[in-house]
Design a protein around this ligand. Structure first.
Ligand SMILES: [Zn+2]
Ligand SMILES: [Zn+2]
Length: 274
C-alpha cells in the first residue's frame, strides 16, 4: 500500500470529523505504508463561517505527542495545509520554519478572494476565464512561496463548478499550466494528485480509467521534467483514506511516473507506484 499525503482530523481542522484514533486504526487496518496529517491553516480567511480556520502550531505539536504514542511504530507524519493569498508568502515561509513539520502542502482555496465552496458566484464568468485565472494564481503562489513541499489540488476549482463539462484540462489554459509546472519543477517541489477531486468528478460521470486527472496535464508535467508526484486523499473522515490509490497509481505509472513522493522532516522520499 501507499503513504496518503493529505488528511485532516477534527482536532485541528474545523471541517473534519475524523479523530486521530480513527485515522491510525484505519491506516493500520488497511495496511497502509504511512499517513500524513495536514491540518488547514487559512491565514486571513475572508469568510466568517463560525469556526476558526487557523490553529496554534504549538498546541498541535503538543497534542501530537499523544497521537505518536498511539501510532507506535506506524509512520504518522505531521504536516499542514496552508491556504495561500497574495500577501501571505513571507508570513508562511517564516512560520513554517519555526515548527518541526514533516510536510507542507500549499493550496489555493480562493478564486478572486472567495472560496467557491461557499460562493458559487465564482463561476459566473465563462469556464476558460475562471480556470485560466485560477491556475495562473496558483502559478504565482508556487513562485512567491518557498517553504513548502507539495502544491495541493490544482483542480479544486472544478470540484464545485456548475459547467456542463467541468473537468479542468491542460488545453483550457496551457500557458498558466506551464508556468505552474515550471515553478514546481525548478523549485524541486511535488505536484499533488488529489483523489478526493477525482472522486468528485467520478460522481459526475467521468471515466477515471482514462481521463482523471486530465492525461494532458500529467503528460505535460512529465514532459517538462516533473517527476515528483504525491497522492493525497484529502480525507476528512476515515472512510476515504487512500481512496482510489491503487487505480490512480496505475494510471500515473502509465505516464512514466515511478514513485509516490512523500516527506519526512521535509525530506523527499519516494515509494514505488507499482
Ligand atoms: Zn484543500
Ligand atoms: Zn485538504
Amino acid at each position: 500500500m501507499y503513504t496518503d499525503n493529505h488528511n485532516h482530523t477534527k482536532h485541528f481542522s474545523s471541517d473534519a470529523k475524523m479523530s486521530y484514533q480513527e485515522l491510525i486504526d484505519t491506516c493500520r487496518k488497511q495496511n497502509m505504508r504511512g499517513v500524513a496529517v495536514t491540518e488547514h491553516y487559512e491565514g486571513d480567511y475572508p469568510h466568517d463561517i463560525g469556526e476558526p480556520q487557523i490553529f496554534d502550531p504549538k498546541e498541535y505539536f503538543e497534542a501530537s505527542k499523544k497521537w505518536k504514542e498511539y501510532a507506535g511504530d506506524f509512520p504518522l507524519r505531521l504536516g499542514i495545509e496552508l491556504g495561500w493569498q497574495k500577501h501571505l508568502p513571507k508570513f508562511y515561509d517564516e512560520m513554517v520554519d519555526r515548527y518541526p513539520f514533516d510536510v507542507v502542502i500549499l493550496s489555493n482555496h480562493l478564486y478572486r478572494g472567495k472560496d467557491p465552496y461557499f460562493y458559487r458566484e465564482c463561476y459566473e464568468e465563462n469556464m476558460i476565464t475562471v480556470y485560466s485565472r485560477y491556475i495562473d494564481e496558483m502559478a504565482q503562489m508556487a513562485e512567491d512561496c518557498s517553504n513548502y513541499d507539495i502544491i495541493g489540488h490544482y483542480d479544486y476549482i472544478n470540484r464545485y463548478a456548475p459547467y456542463e463539462d467541468p473537468q479542468i484540462r491542460y488545453d483550457h489554459c496551457p500557458e498558466a499550466f506551464d508556468r505552474l509546472f515550471s515553478a514546481i519543477i525548478s523549485k524541486g517541489k511535488s505536484l499533488e494528485v488529489n483523489t478526493r477531486s477525482i472522486d468528485k468528478m467520478k460522481g459526475k460521470g467521468f471515466d477515471m480509467t482514462y481521463s482523471l486527472p486530465d492525461p494532458k496535464i500529467l503528460s505535460r508535467y512529465y514532459e517538462m521534467g516533473g517527476r515528483n508526484i504525491s497522492m493525497g486523499s484529502d480525507s476528512h473522515t476515515k472512510d476515504t483514506l487512500c481512496l482510489l490509490f491503487p487505480e490512480t497509481a496505475k494510471y500515473l505509472s502509465s505516464f512514466g511516473f515511478t514513485e509516490n513522493t512523500y516527506f519526512v522532516k521535509r525530506q523527499k522520499i519516494g515509494e514505488p507506484l507499482i
